[in-house]
Write a protein that binds this ligand. Structure first.
Ligand code: 6CS
Ligand code: FE
Length: 311
């Protein structure tokens, strides 16, 4: 893909000229003026999302509602075949589960959660269209040792390696355990989503086999990171299990190792607009597996309701 046709060039060759961070061309809230007032998010909340690139909703679900999901994860850990599959990523240090991908394909319970009316309503409003799940995962950090995640923009990876054309996706991250300052909560740089930071380093074949254990490529250089953090600061929202983080696909984020005895498990659903379907990867030789970025299951999600059907 040549620079002139790629709106977000990254994974540049070492020998190539560097490209400075630049302001994104895509909107942050995609509902046009005629639709954005329809809710469920009000104008003040939408403006905050536009400015910061994330919304933190403490206690979105009550804590008890999260327990069955956590139990299901523990059950999955007993499934030897699943544990040996590519969609389970082991922590490089401890060998414990780091990530399980395509959670919504493994479990009806998780699938239903992706179609929760409250979540889907907000996501559709932000993306201004119907949506589908590009990727889902659990990121798990066991007590004392669970490893962290380097600074990155998710969109940089999804564009370069999955062929996601535009910034029209949002992640909903649901806390399955409490997130506190000690167990490696998500850190974000408010406002960084306004800029695209081209990264140096070509994508090797099957990069995902390494990048999901420790991301080394698609990580902005320290000068660019410092510029963003000096401008926007760093925030790490904390709260009980059941809290929800909605974050824009291009916001810079990272997390530390878990230094506490308490596990940290967060569920992530990545919603993409049905008007932003992936094309060929922009900066990788081949597509990633279906469980990392779907190309097959892109039909619009319908809301799930919990009311029993009348006979
Ligand atoms: O590869 C992915 O799709 C996700 N995982 C990592 C480590 N970085 C980018 C994105 O969040
Ligand atoms: Fe990420």
């Amino acid at each position: 893909m040549s620079l002139s046709t790629d709106p977000y060039p990254s994974r540049l060759k070492e020998s190539e000229d560097r490209i400075d961070p630049f302001i994104r061309t895509d909107p942050v809230v995609h509902s046009g003026n005629e639709n954005r007032w329809r809710g469920p998010l009000d104008e003040i909340t939408l403006s905050r999302y536009e400015r910061d690139g994330f919304l933190w909703i403490e206690g979105f679900f009550n804590q008890e509602r999260m327990e069955p999901f956590f139990d299901e994860l523990r059950e999955m850990a007993q499934d030897k075949e699943l544990m040996a599959s590519d969609q389970v990523i082991q922590d490089p240090k401890t060998g414990e589960i780091r990530s399980v991908f395509a959670m919504h394909e493994l479990s009806e319970h998780f699938n239903r959660l992706t179609r929760d009316p409250r979540i889907l309503g907000m996501v559709r409003q932000l993306l201004g269209s119907d949506v589908y799940i590009h990727q889902s995962r659990i990121n798990d950090k066991v007590g004392f040792e669970g490893s962290g995640f380097n600074w990155h923009s998710d969109f940089e990876t999804w564009h370069s390696e999955d062929g996601m054309p535009h910034m029209r996706a949002v992640s909903a991250s649901l806390m399955l355990t409490d997130n506190n300052e000690f167990n490696g909560p998500l850190m974000l740089i408010p406002g960084s989503h306004h800029y695209f930071i081209p990264c140096v380093g070509e994508t090797p074949d099957a990069n995902w086999k390494d990048s999901l254990k420790a991301q080394l490529l698609g990580v902005p250089d320290q000068k660019a990171l410092a510029r963003m953090a000096n401008r926007g600061g760093i925030q790490a929202p904390k709260g009980p299990a059941g809290s929800l983080m909605l974050f824009e696909c291009n916001i810079l984020h990272a997390s530390n190792q878990n230094m506490s005895p308490w596990p940290r498990s967060n569920l992530f659903f990545v919603y993409n607009s049905v008007e932003n379907l992936p094309v060929e990867p922009y900066a990788a030789k081949s597509e990633r597996p279906e469980f990392l970025g779907t190309r097959e299951k892109t039909s619009s999600l319908t809301m799930h309701d919990d009311f029993p059907k009348l006979a």
